[in-house]
Structure formats: C-alpha cells, structure tokens
Design a protein around this ligand. Structure first.
Ligand code: AMP
Length: 192
C-alpha cells in the first residue's frame, strides 16, 4: 500500500492527474476541495458556513478541514492506499495527517508536487472558469488571492515533507500525458 498526496498551487493539475491515477490504481481518493464544493452545492450547515470563505479564495480553518478528514481516514480502505488532492495545505494539517495515519499503522509515502509558473496557473484557472462552473475561478482577484494563500500557507508544507525525504517535484507544464507519466514513474518505483 502507498499513500500519496498531490501537491501544487491552484491550477497545477492535481485534479486532472488524480482522475488519471484513479483509472489506473485503486486508490481511496480524498479531495477536500470536492468535498467542500459538494457541501456548498447541497447547502448543508457546513456548506453554508464555508461558502463565503471559499468564494473569496481563502483557505478554510484547519479545524474545519481536520473534522472532514478525520471521518475519512479509516482502516480497511481500498487496496492501493489513499490519494490526497488539495490536502494537506498547511503544516498543521500535515502534522494532523501524520497523526491520523499513524493511528491506523500507516504513513504518507510520497508527496508529489506539480510545478507550474504563476502566469500559466492564471491562464489555466481563467480557462477552467468557462468549462466548470466554479465561482472561485471566475474573478482574477480571487485567483490571485488563492495563489497568494498557497505561497503563504501551503508552500511551507513542502519543507515539512522534504525533511522526511518524501517530497518529489515534477515539471507540471508538459502535456497531461507527459505529466501523468512523470507522476506514475515515481509511484511505480515506490510500489516496487
Ligand atoms: P481546491 O478545489 O482544492 O482548489 O479547493 C477549493 C477551495 O476549498 C480552496 O480555495 C479552499 O477555500 C477550500 N479548501 C480545500 N481544501 C482545503 C484545505 N486542505 N485547507 C483549507 N481550505 C481548503
């Protein structure tokens, strides 16, 4: 079993690559962004609380995210392991994830970062707004705020995993297939 987190700024391709990984492997997929969008769409009490923050492009509090994640990390999940997308996004979340996985005798095996320059991120997110109806992709200020949140709060998570020798970076500006091959190569090596 291996547990992986895809890491990278908004628009770096984590969701796209996750879909391809799920076609090939039997991962238990956990995308905090998808979970939150579903809560908002269903207008649940949590969805109502978080909508404004998400629409502004800000990160939700660690407390909210950890409550969501705690329910998802259980023993006996599918065979390949967990695939996290958009989580952990702060050092506090990464520490909590280590703790939750340890409780079930697991750990994060690798964090794969998709490196994409800022101009390309902005172009991709603006393009995605037309295809997917995402409020947080529609406004340039919100896009810039999300990238800023990433630089400020999420980028330090890279060092957390670098210190554990679990951090891998790939060039995220090739074709979707090229990037998938780069990610899959790392996973194949880990699975050996
Ligand atoms: P994403 O689809 O991963 O870009 O997430 C969309 C939005 O959901 C983010 O801009 C945040 O507002 C919120 N969100 C998703 N995952 C997290 C997380 N791990 N920590 C804090 N906020 C999150």
């Amino acid at each position: 079993m291996i547990n992986i987190a895809l890491f990278g700024a908004p628009g770096s391709g984590k969701g796209t690559q996750s879909k391809l990984l799920l076609e090939k492997y039997n991962f238990t997929y956990i995308s905090t962004g998808d979970i939150i969008r579903e809560e908002i769409a269903k207008k649940t009490p949590l969805g109502k609380i978080v909508k404004e923050v998400v629409d502004k492009g800000e990160l939700l509090t660690d407390e909210i995210i950890i409550k969501i994640i705690e329910k998802k990390i259980k023993p006996g999940c599918k065979s390949t392991g967990f695939l996290f997308d958009g989580f952990p996004r702060t050092v506090a979340q990464a520490c909590k994830l280590d703790e939750l996985l340890l409780k079930i005798g697991m750990q994060i095996n690798c964090v794969i970062s998709l490196d994409v320059p800022q101009e390309e991120l902005i172009k991709r997110l603006a393009g995605r707004a037309e295809k997917e109806d995402r409020a947080d992709d529609k406004n340039l200020n919100v896009i810039l705020h999300r990238i800023n949140e990433y630089e400020k709060k999420t980028a330090p998570v890279a060092d957390f995993y670098r210190k554990q020798n679990k951090f891998y970076s790939i060039d995220g500006i090739g074709t979707i297939e090229d990037n998938f091959e780069r990610i899959d190569k790392i996973i194949r090596k880990k699975l050996k």
